[in-house]
Design a protein around this ligand. Structure first.
Ligand code: FAD
Length: 395
């Protein structure tokens, strides 16, 4: 692309920041415009539910220097529409033309019905406001015992709140880890009024109404029941959407010169043989290099592929969970028997005995090796995995 060209990046989070850094690292000399819906320069989200809620940090800014990167950063200027024929992004402040476009608008938390005050946790503002409400004795109702719910519960307990957690499924983290492993985590929740298989009807003033007719009093309600890709501004643009912006393994969207990455992208994964949408920090961060390369590639140039083994971590109840890969519901979880080393290692095997995913608890070194086994689809025997003296080893 010529030095007179313009790349527009829509987003303002991790994926956007990494894409811009990679454009410059790869020698792109043209104009870059960043349309960021929030009024902050790019910052990190994982610490919001961890160090920020705990009171250990107020700021999670990413290393991103607009002057050094020569970026025209437009904070608070959200994209409202896209015209692919005229190649312009619409905003309330006017139109911005582009030669290449990167969509990195992330995801938006799901909200539940009702007129009562309902908090979600996605932005630094959400985290600071929630933290101010987590005061000793506050009755906090957390809806959803998944990753966000578990981390907010951890912070609320540490700040002296009394916590009720309402979970529609049969165990904490059951959707992600399955009922059996989720149930094994129940001892961590002993200081919480955890109500499983409990569906919420609506959030009203000072209480959460349950679907079965009961209600739970609440000073603070935090809804952590998942997110939806932020694609509203692209509706009707002609860009292919299907639970996210549809992209190929090079992150190229259905229109020429347009890429998408991070939580908003529904990308083709050759490794899985299906389209996936990954809501993990590691994925959004590492995708920036491929998004930049794909935008800069000329006709006939080879383009890199973005298809890493998924990796996610969570800090909850004083433990570090790290999950590598993706298991199918039918895969068999095999846990190493307790030995001298603290922590846990659970490995999922598919019907052919291949490793599809590994969960470690408080064993960070093993988590790194686990990624290799998942990538290799290593065939392992359950007895080998149960052996308390074994550790996961690369070939
Ligand atoms: P985002 O970081 O969401 O950035 C998208 C940005 O685009 C936002 O600033 C948004 O306001 C902006 N935007 C939206 N619409 C528009 C528009 N129309 N115009 C302009 N801008 C727009 N992942 C892990 O792997 N481990 C963790 O422990 C972990 N913890 C997390 C804790 C919390 C509280 C949250 C919220 C997320 C956590 N994640 C974690 C997920 C991880 O942070 C995300 O996967 C990552 O931030 C995705 O980056 P992104 O750039 O795709 O989207």
């Amino acid at each position: 692309m010529s030095a007179g060209s313009r790349v527009v990046v829509v987003g303002g989070g991790l994926g956007a920041a990494r894409t811009i850094q990679q454009l410059r690292r790869r020698g792109y000399e043209g104009e870059i415009v960043l349309l960021a819906g929030e009024t902050h320069l790019p910052y990190d989200r994982p610490p919001l539910s961890k160090a920020v809620l705990a009171g250990a940090r107020d700021d999670t800014a990413l290393r991103f220097d607009p002057a050094a990167l020569r970026v025209d950063v437009r904070l608070g200027e959200a994209a409202t529409g896209l015209d692919l024929d005229r190649r312009v992004v619409r905003t309330d402040a006017g139109e911005v033309g582009f030669d290449r476009l990167a969509v990195a608008t992330g995801a938006r938390p799901v909200r539940l019905p009702g007129r009562g005050e309902q908090r979600t946790l996605r932005t630094i503002g959400d985290a600071l406001e929630l933290r101010a409400r987590l005061v000793p004795g506050a009755r906090v109702v957390v809806i959803g015992a998944s990753w966000i719910g578990a981390e907010v519960t951890t912070a609320a307990l540490a700040r002296g709140c009394s916590v009720t957690c309402l979970e529609a499924g049969p165990a904490p983290l059951a959707q992600a880890l399955g009922r059996e492993i989720g149930t094994s985590l129940l001892p961590w929740w002993r200081d919480v009024d955890l109500r499983l298989q409990t569906a919420v009807g609506a959030i009203e003033d000072g209480r959460v109404e349950l679907a079965d007719g009961g209600s739970v009093p609440a000073d603070v309600v935090l809804t952590g029941v998942g997110v939806r890709p932020e694609t509203g501004w692209l509706e009707g643009s002609g860009l292919e959407l299907d639970r996210g912006v549809v992209v190929d393994q090079h992150l190229a969207a259905s229109a020429p010169g347009v890429v998408a990455l991070g939580d908003v992208a529904a990308r083709w994964s050759p490794r899985v043989g299906a389209r996936v949408r990954i809501e993990h920090w590691e994925d959004a961060g590492s995708a920036g290099a491929v998004a930049a390369a794909t935008m800069l590639a000329g006709e006939g140039d080879q383009r890199p592929v973005h298809d890493p083994v998924p990796y996610f971590w969570s800090d909850q109840f004083g433990h570090k969970l790290q999950y590598v890969g993706a298991h199918a519901p039918a895969d068999q979880p095999v846990e190493r028997e307790p030995g001298e080393t603290p922590g846990r290692t659970i490995t999922w095997l598919d019907g052919a005995g291949r490793v599809t995913a590994v969960l470690t608890v408080d064993r960070p070194r093993e988590s790194a090796t686990a990624g290799v086994l998942v990538a290799e689809r290593r065939v392992m025997a359950p007895a080998e995995l149960r052996d308390p003296t074994a550790t996961l080893q690369p070939a």
